[in-house]
Design a protein around this ligand. Structure first.
Ligand code: ZN
Ligand code: ZN
Length: 524
C-alpha cells in the first residue's frame, strides 16, 4: 500500500487551531474527515473537516475520552467524507506519540477492519504556537510512520464541464443490447457508466436506475452516468450526469464521430479520405521530423513508421514538437503519443534504433511505405534513405536547414524519375536552368543540416509537409523537386533575396551516380 501525502484544507486546519486554542489546560481531540485522492503522482489524504471531542466528552489534563455518540453522528452526517483518522492534543509541549496512542490506533485498525489510519497530535510549542505531527499506520507497518503535511488553501473544483462520447462506443453499447455497460474514458482517466434508458429529465429516474444496478459503485470524482436512448429511425440521444460525492448534476454532452469530425475543416481543401491508409516512414524525429509527423496527421495520414534512436533532451524543447512533459522519453514514443492525441486510430510502428545499424532491417520497415520523410542529421542516414527509396521505389522528401540556419531546403526524390541524393555527393559543376542553378551553391557539403530557430524550422517543415502531401496524392503539375529558402543573403549567391523561395527547375541525374546506374541496369 503506498503511503499517502497529507494535505490539510486551510479551513479544517483553522478549526483545529480554534478548538486547541479554546481548550485551555485539558486534552482534547476529534475526528479527521476528508477524501482520498488518486493522481499520477500517488495518493493523498485531504483533510477537509475536523471535529471537536463532542459535548459529552470527558476532558482532563492527562486524558481525554471522546463523546462516541457525537463521533458516530458526525460520520453519519457527512456520508460523502472519508473517516481518515483522529487528532488529539497533548498537554504541555509533549511532542511525539505515546504508547497509548499507538495501541489505540492498532485497536481501531483491528476492530474496524481498516486498512490505514492517521493520528495527528497537537502540542503547544514554547512560543505558545500550536504544532502538529502526523503519524500514519497501516496493516503492513509495525510502527507509526511520521509524515509531513502541507496546507491546501481551497479545494479544486472537480466538476467535469462536458463530455465527448465517440459514436462507435454508443453503437457498440446499443448493439450489445445490454442495459448497462462501464467504459473507461480516455483523456481524463475517468469512468463512464452507460445505461440504456428512454430518459426523462427527472433525476430520480437516473438515481433509480443506478440503484437498480447494485454491482456498480459510482466511486471517485470522475464517475459519469450516461443515459443512452435510441428510438427507431432517429439518431442516438444521450444525457450525461456527473455523480459528485454529495450531488448529481447534468453536464453537457456531445456525440463525436472521430474520423469525420477531426478532419471536418479539411474538407474541400484536402481530401482526407485519400490520405487514409497512406504510410509515411520518418527517418529522424528532430524538430523538423516531429512537427512534420503531427502536421501530416492533421492532414489525414494515419500510418507511420517512426525511426530515431534518441530521447527528448532539454535542449530540444525550444524547437521540438514535444515539451517538458516528455523529457527523457524516446522520441519515437513521445511523437507516437502526440500523433494518437490527434488521431487515436493511427497505426504507428516505433523503432528507437539507428537506421544505419542494419540497413536491410530498415529497408524491410519501409517496404509498403508511400513516402520516406528524411530529416536526419547525418550524411550516412540520408544516403541510406536514398538507397532504400530506390530499392523499394518509394519517393523521398529531404527536409533540412542550411548551415548556420541561413535557410532551408526541401528536396524531393522520385526514384527512376528525378536525380537522386547520390547524384550530388559533392559539388559537380552542373549546368542547370531555372531561377537558380544548383551549381551556384558552392558545395553540397556546405549545406550540412544545422539547427536553427524554431521559426525557421517551422517554415521549412511546412514546406516539406506540403511537398509530401502533394507527392503521396500524386500531384502531376510540380515540375521542380528542390525548393530553397534563405532568411538572409547566402554567400556568393547574388541573385538571391532573403525570405523568398527559390526552385531548382532542372536537376539532371548524374551519369556516374552508382545508385542511378544500378537502377538503369535493373530496368534493362
Ligand atoms: Zn496521545
Ligand atoms: Zn543518382
Amino acid at each position: 500500500m503506498n503511503i499517502p501525502q497529507i494535505l490539510y484544507l486551510k479551513s479544517a486546519w483553522d478549526e483545529m487551531q480554534r478548538i486547541v486554542g479554546e481548550s485551555g489546560n485539558v486534552e482534547t481531540g476529534g475526528l479527521l474527515l476528508g477524501k482520498v485522492c488518486r493522481s499520477e503522482t500517488g495518493r493523498s489524504f485531504i483533510i477537509t473537516q475536523v471535529t471537536g471531542p463532542g459535548p459529552n466528552a470527558v476532558l482532563s489534563e492527562n486524558s481525554f475520552l471522546p463523546d462516541m455518540e457525537y463521533y458516530r453522528k458526525a460520520r453519519v452526517e457527512h456520508p460523502h467524507l472519508v473517516y481518515l483518522g483522529e487528532w488529539h492534543k497533548h498537554p504541555g509541549c509533549h511532542k511525539g506519540y505515546s504508547h497509548q496512542d499507538f495501541y489505540q490506533v492498532q485497536k481501531i485498525l483491528d476492530q474496524e477492519n481498516r486498512q490505514e489510519f492517521l493520528c495527528c497530535i497537537c502540542s503547544i510549542g514554547q512560543e505558545k504556537t500550536i504544532e502538529m505531527q502526523c503519524f500514519y499506520l497501516n496493516q503492513e507497518l509495525n510502527q507509526f510512520l511520521s509524515l509531513s503535511y502541507s496546507m491546501l488553501m481551497e479545494l479544486q473544483d472537480q466538476r467535469i464541464r462536458s463530455i465527448f462520447v465517440e459514436d462507435k462506443v454508443l453503437e457498440k453499447f446499443l448493439a450489445s443490447q445490454k442495459p448497462y455497460s462501464k467504459v473507461q474514458a480516455d483523456v481524463r482517466e475517468g469512468i463512464a457508466h452507460l445505461f440504456y434508458h428512454p430518459y426523462s429529465s427527472n433525476q430520480s429516474v437516473l438515481l433509480a436506475n443506478v440503484s437498480l444496478c447494485p454491482e456498480i459503485s459510482l466511486d471517485g470524482e470522475r464517475s459519469l452516468v450516461l443515459l443512452v436512448n435510441k428510438k427507431k429511425g432517429s439518431p442516438v440521444e444521450i444525457r450525461c450526469y456527473h455523480c459528485l460525492e454529495d450531488q448529481t448534476c447534468e453536464i453537457e454532452s456531445q456525440i463525436l464521430s472521430l474520423r469525420k469530425d477531426i478532419f471536418r475543416r479539411n474538407r474541400s481543401l484536402m481530401e482526407t479520405t485519400r490520405l487514409r491508409g497512406k504510410h509515411i516512414v520518418f527517418l529522424g524525429l528532430g524538430s523538423i521530423g516531429s512537427n512534420a509527423a503531427l502536421e501530416l496527421t492533421r492532414a489525414g495520414v494515419d500510418r507511420f513508421t517512426l525511426i530515431d534512436p534518441d530521447t527528448v533532451q532539454i535542449e530540444n524543447i525550444c524547437r521540438h514538437a514535444c515539451d517538458l512533459t516528455e523529457l527523457g522519453m524516446k522520441k519515437v514514443d513521445a511523437v507516437a503519443q502526440r500523433i494518437r492525441r490527434i488521431m487515436p486510430y493511427s497505426q504507428i510502428h516505433c523503432h528507437a534504433i539507428d537506421a544505419n545499424e542494419n540497413p536491410d532491417k530498415t529497408l524491410a520497415m519501409c517496404q509498403d511505405a508511400d513516402l520516406i520523410f528524411v530529416s536526419t542529421d547525418t550524411e550516412n542516414s540520408r544516403r541510406l534513405a536514398n538507397w532504400i527509396g530506390h530499392e523499394a521505389k518509394i519517393p523521398i522528401i529531404y527536409a533540412g536547414l542550411l548551415e548556420r540556419a541561413a535557410g532551408g531546403r526541401v528536396w524531393r526524390i522520385i526514384p527512376g524519375k528525378t536525380a537522386c541524393y547520390d547524384c550530388y555527393p559533392s559539388h559537380k559543376n552542373t549546368e542547370t536552368k531555372g531561377p537558380i542553378a544548383y551549381s551556384e551553391i558552392s558545395s553540397l557539403d556546405d549545406l550540412s543540416i544545422q539547427p536553427g530557430l524554431g521559426n525557421d524550422i517551422a517554415f521549412v517543415t511546412h514546406l516539406a509537409v506540403r511537398f509530401a502531401l502533394d507527392t503521396i496524392k500524386g500531384r502531376q503539375d510540380l515540375s521542380y523537386h528542390i525548393v530553397f529558402w534563405f532568411n538572409r543573403r547566402y554567400r556568393g549567391m547574388k541573385n538571391i533575396h532573403p525570405l523568398t523561395l527559390y526552385r531548382v527547375e532542372e536537376l539532371p541525374q548524374h551519369t556516374d551516380c552508382p545508385v542511378c546506374i544500378s537502377q538503369e541496369r535493373r530496368k534493362a
